[in-house]
Ligand binder design. Sequence first.
Ligand code: UD1
Length: 417
Amino acid sequence: MDKFIIEANRDLSGKIYVDGAKNAILPAMATCLLAPGKSRLTNVPSLIDLKSMAHLMRVIGARVEYENGEMYIDSKDVCYPEAPYELVSKMRASIYVLGPLLARLGKARVSFPGGCAIGTRPVDLHLKAMEALGAKIEIEHGYIIATAEKLVGADIHFEKSSVGATVNALMASVLAEGRTRILSAAMEPEIDLVIDMLVKMGAKISGKGTTTLIIDGVKELYPIEMEMIPDRIEAGTFLIAGALSTKPVTVCNCEPNHLRALLDKLWEVGCELDINGKDITVIPPEVIKPCNILTLPHPGFPTDLQAQFTVLMCLADGVSFVEDTIFPDRFMHVAELNRLQANIELQRNVATIRGVEKLSGAEVMATDLRASAALVLAGMIAEGTTTVSRIYHIDRGYDRIEEKLSGIGAKIRRVKG
Ligand code: UD1
């Protein structure tokens, strides 16, 4: 297993570029299943999760070609409605094929995703949405078996904001008969991308950017070309790296509108921010002020940046509180950061972070994707050498992060294992 060896260096400066968003490309790939023919996605980085999704799409009969930042998906021959355990257990986003398979083939057999490192992650809302549209759902031998002679538009009311369930409901309803209303829909930028794609394919959807989406079913959809949106979590991770630096860092090719909650917090801790189109320059403060974070659905502070922001607060001049309301168990990074001599106390889903003058390098272990990014940031500011093992987690969602960060001065190298 590969690991990162990181030497401290806070003198980061220069430009760092953001790739297409993994969490947008995964549902975008599933969306292509709805339009028989060859669609083309651009701004697609090389990520393990996208390769896993491509593998799953091939299993169900799609042709997927993927290189040089482009992905071609030909879904003409989709015929095998099954997402097997081996693939779903590797990547929970496999559940995204449920809606499209039901809409196209009238059936889907998808392995039940289990828990994961960031806690229990149920799929009840996905299933309720499919049932509301007329599907019959059975659970057998660890598999969700969904069948429907036809899907019929309905009101779908989510009691909780869910990105994945909103995407699945959208994908299932665009080909359903009649009108569907998704109430309390999630509003993440990834949902907007899926809506834009579906509309380009010929779907009728209104309410984009709000919590009420209205979908009037159409008979068929057509393949399209679509550029993927920039990854707001990768951008946020780099902006936090800039805030930890001693010199300005410019994060290029991001979408500032998707990052407002983080930008507000960076400003609150004392950073100066210069936004110029799709580039954001962060000028770090001399003294990092403490600040409190509450993760919430978009446009609130994203849970996927909680661990990285916690690293910034480790060096703040005072006490900060970080509460995760989306995934209350998502604090595996705390024990690892404390190994680097951070001072963090965890009570249920609230971390109390007492700022320290410096962190001290040690061996730490990545536990999940975003926690790994946090440990890399921590390694970059911890005195001495930090070794981060199990970095396959980070390769799931960041393309060549060590090369990108080295480009702005980080001393980080990958050791093949
Ligand atoms: C997506 C992102 C993930 C991010 C999360 C929240 C992808 C591939 N993953 O995950 O990186 O952290 O959004 O922004 O895009 N819930 C239920 N029942 C369900 C579904 C969800 O109770 O059927 C709960 C979850 O446990 C969680 C909350 O709803 O507490 C939000 O989860 P959701 O938005 O669905 O997250 P994902 O789509 O799985």
